[in-house]
Design a protein around this ligand. Structure first.
Ligand code: AMP
Length: 285
């Protein structure tokens, strides 16, 4: 596995890789912020299953963190991450320096209107501009045929699909299902912030989401169901519920009791200092 940290070396490494196999060999990118867990590894395995080259990026992108967020304490277990990628058969591990991503004079911001404004965008102003900018930059640097993104970050996935379409980037975006711990908690690099007690309380997120999905699919009133989930998150020890929303799975517009088709039930809530997100599919016929 080739570990690359500087932009100039990346282009040489990618050229060498491309020349080492038939031109039709696909290249798949798995963008991450590191602190890899089984959720990330499932994305890498999906990428490997496509049969070509796999590039994993690890970059804790400062542009997607707000001023009072956890940028400085975000976990960075570099040698573990390298070992995981090696074990999964990754071809290139792109761990850029800040200067490789945002050299002096970097001015561009990519912003996907509307899709980035609500849900996590409302609670984290500027977050999705940071995500869209770094992902567009990674796409430009690596020019992958495929890129894998987890459904765990549902809004992020919708935004990236939109920018890929709008900007004719021509990359095939492959969504990957949410990987959960045995007790149901969605895996996240931020779960390590949770105390044992907080982690126990956090289980109410998948439990209430599951209950909410069943209620809505059985025809219960949407607003009452969303309030039920929110109230019970507070009762379980969450200090701030940013949102509990049912939206159109692609447009992310709020659903009503009359909505039909594929919807998504999403939650973001804080327990102690840790903000957790999760979501589940809702099918209404
Ligand atoms: P992150 O390192 O948190 O930026 O995540 C990198 C990629 O891994 C994103 O596409 C996430 O959606 C995805 N991801 C994170 N956690 C999970 C999970 N539990 N299951 C599936 N994908 C995940």
């Amino acid at each position: 596995m080739c570990i690359i940290r500087h932009a100039q070396e990346l282009q040489t490494a990618l050229k060498t890789l491309r020349l080492s196999a038939p031109a039709s060999t696909p290249l798949t990118l798995v963008p991450t912020m590191g602190a890899l867990h089984k959720g990330h590894l499932s994305l890498i395995k999906r990428a490997k299953a496509l049969g070509g080259f796999v590039v994993v990026s690890i970059f804790v992108n400062p542009k997607q963190f707000g001023p009072n967020e956890d940028l400085s304490r975000y976990p960075r277990p570099e040698s573990d991450d390298i070992a995981y990628c090696e074990a999964e058969g990754v071809d290139v591990l792109w761990m850029p320096t800040i200067e490789s991503m945002y050299p002096d004079g970097f001015l561009t911001k990519v912003s996907v209107a509307n899709l980035g404004d609500g849900l996590c965008g409302a609670a984290r102003p500027g977050h999705f501009d940071g995500v869209a900018t770094v992902v567009t930059k990674l796409f430009g640097q690596i020019k992958p045929d495929y890129a894998i993104f987890g459904e765990k970050d549902w809004q992020q996935l919708a935004i990236i699909e939109q920018l890929n379409r709008d900007l004719d980037l021509g990359i095939t975006i492959i969504p990957a299902p949410i990987i959960r711990d045995e007790d149901g908690l969605a895996l996240s690099s931020r779960n390590i912030y949770l105390s044992a007690e907080e982690r126990q309380s956090a289980l109410s997120i998948p439990r209430l989401l599951r209950e909410g999905v069943d209620k809505i699919q059985n025809g219960d009133d949407i607003n009452m169901t969303l309030s039920y989930i929110e109230d019970n998150l507070y009762k379980s020890g969450f200090s701030k519920v940013d949102y509990v929303s049912l939206v159109d799975a692609k447009k992310l517009t709020p659903s009503t009791n009359e909505s039909k088709g594929t919807l998504r039930l999403l939650v973001a809530a804080k327990i102690g200092n840790t903000r957790l997100i999760d979501n589940m599919a809702v099918i209404k016929s």
